[in-house]
Write a new protein. Sequence first.
Length: 344
Amino acid sequence: MIEKGKTNITITDVAKRAGVSKTTISRYLNGKFEFMSGESQKRIKDIIEELNFRPNKLARSLKSSKSGLIGVLIADISNPFSSVLVKGITDCCKEYGYNVVIANTDNDSEKEREYILSMIDQRVEGLIVNTAGENNEFLQSIDNNHVPIILADRPVFPTMFDTVKTNDYQATIDTLQYLAREGFTRVGFFTEPINNIGTRNIRQQAYRQVCSEVLDSEPQEYMIDSKDECGIENLVQTFLSTNVGQQNVIFTANGVTMLSVLGAIHRLGLSIPKDIAICGFDNWPWMELIGSGITAISQPFYDIGTECVKRVMFRLQDNSKSIPEIIELSNQLIIRGSTQLIKL
């Protein structure tokens, strides 16, 4: 029985109430569930909440040389993808008893290195990195000598780290084949600069494959600067003027590009899909509100975040020597009116 009104609840109190050893409670608090049933985990969790037990994390970290922190580096926090990814990470970290330290690198490789070193100074136990690119050797040295690194969404080649992403190569091919079946003859590939970013490179390669094997046309690739509205308008006009008399559709490589191109189409006074059809990666709620809706590839961003955390925990449980794996999650093509073929 816990003394009524007691405020300094200890690990011993929790263990007594749960009918288990202090060691079992300690293992639970440190996320070591491998020898613990789901029923035991739930009972301990409920009792911790009932007693309002708050372990002294500073004391625990000093005693165990563990901080209970996971570092998270996001390439572009303004991208809607990032907020959902981070929510998945933070929710899952909480389940394992970890807190997160988050940094935005602005797709800057130097910032990425600086933030990683700062997080190591804070004694993070693992890093989840949505990498800006160009830091492969640096990341490998950190992974080998300091803490495990898990890549979120953006792989590097050759594969050096566990990576959680979607099957975007196949999703790109499937979407472009759908467009070909619908009767579109010219597909323009609009993307932000590739810059050695694995995800953009993968989608570009899939696009080129479909151009060669299905569309029988030369690739038409347009690199946009999302801050240059006039430049994007010029690229849209160039694509249309290059393919007069064709059934044209723009394919955007990510959500930021989609939003930028939609803005250009609006400013040019073009109608979707009468003047130009459009589809691409990243499905957001507002897309079904534009005209008859925007066809988009829906990615499980939240699940990418949770799987990244699970992989960090796998690495922290004496699996540092396991061969790096690429974990691919499924996408879904949401077909709406923006890819309705209009007869010329």
